[in-house]
Design a protein around this ligand. Structure first.
Ligand SMILES: NC(=O)c1ccc[n+]([C@@H]2O[C@H](COP(=O)([O-])OP(=O)(O)OC[C@H]3O[C@@H](n4cnc5c(N)ncnc54)[C@H](O)[C@@H]3O)[C@@H](O)[C@H]2O)c1
Length: 258
């Protein structure tokens, strides 16, 4: 897919990895519509990316009406849809049994799965239905690509990550069945499983913790640069033969139990 003038929805695009992906896509000539609950950061991102290249929709990915309205904002602004990157996610760590010996309330577990897994499906399904109506843009009858964001926690989840790891394993697990189903429309589906990245959350931990975390990576011994995530998003979108895959982007880290 040639990214010039293609249109992308990026959930969680106001911050961190999603924002870095928006920058990488716009640098390749694509237009991005940011879906995020944080209006202030979303509007700042649009101003930085350039009004002609980006727009913002205040969307809660867990809400069906909100996502449908956001897709209309994207279509009204840019007239088409070719790429969806699902980067909105949450992950406060909580153990199965807390210090007082009480079990994790089911509502807390459900909230993480709701945003990370159900929110991802909510956006991709509604976006795919729109993409399927679009005009093919290449000889392969290509109409678009869905890129979901899991985590290495999908495979090596740590203590305190039962909900987060389960939600991300769900995201990783649906790449292939979705790719198989949407093949007839020329829509690909891939998943990125990031390791440890230097996002605003990591920055808040301070240099000593950042260095220690970096040392736990096999090579290179540092946290990932969000720009490296953006590069992979661009590559997945551009490379039409990449489909149904889950790609770890993690410097070969294998997370320890804690
Ligand atoms: N940063 C890392 O090292 C890392 C590692 C592995 C996986 N990931 C995954 O990558 C994704 C992005 O992480 P990040 O570090 O950039 O996070 P971040 O907190 O910087 O950005 C996430 C964005 O999602 C938005 N968001 C949260 N809930 C939402 C909802 N219900 N609807 C719409 N928007 C919502 C937030 O407002 C925020 O702007 C997440 O799915 C995360 O689990 C991150």
């Amino acid at each position: 897919m040639d990214l010039q003038n293609k249109v992308a929805i990026v959930t969680g695009g106001a911050s961190g990895l999603g924002l870095a992906a928006c920058e990488a896509l716009v640098a390749k000539g694509a237009k991005v519509c940011i879906f995020d609950m944080n209006r202030e950061m979303g509007e700042k991102a649009v101003a930085d990316l350039g009004q002609g290249s980006a727009c913002f929709a205040e969307v809660n990915v867990t809400d069906e009406a909100s996502v449908s309205a956001g897709i209309q904002v994207c279509l009204n602004a840019f007239g088409a849809l070719h790429i969806v990157l699902n980067s909105a996610g949450i992950g406060p760590p909580e153990k199965v049994i807390n210090r007082e010996g009480e079990p994790l309330p089911l509502a807390n577990f459900k909230k993480i799965v709701d945003v990370n897994l159900f929110g991802t499906f909510n956006v991709l399904s509604k976006a795919a239905a729109e993409m399927a109506k679009g005009e093919p843009f290449n000889d392969d009858n290509g109409r678009g690509v869905i890129i979901n964001v899991a985590s290495v926690a999908a495979f090596d989840g740590q203590i305190g990550q039962p909900a987060y790891a389960a939600s991300k394993a769900g995201v990783a697990g649906m790449a292939l069945p979705i790719a198989r189903e949407l093949a007839r429309y020329g829509i690909r589906c891939n998943t990125i499983a990031p390791g440890l990245f230097r996002t605003p959350l990591a920055e808040s931990l301070g240099e000593k913790v950042i260095e220690a975390l970096g040392n736990s990576v096999e090579y290179p011994k540092r946290l990932g640069d969000p720009k490296e995530f953006g590069k992979l998003v661009v590559q997945i979108a551009e490379n039409d033969y990449l489909n149904g895959e889950v790609i770890r982007l993690d410097g070969a880290i294998r997370m320890a139990a804690k």
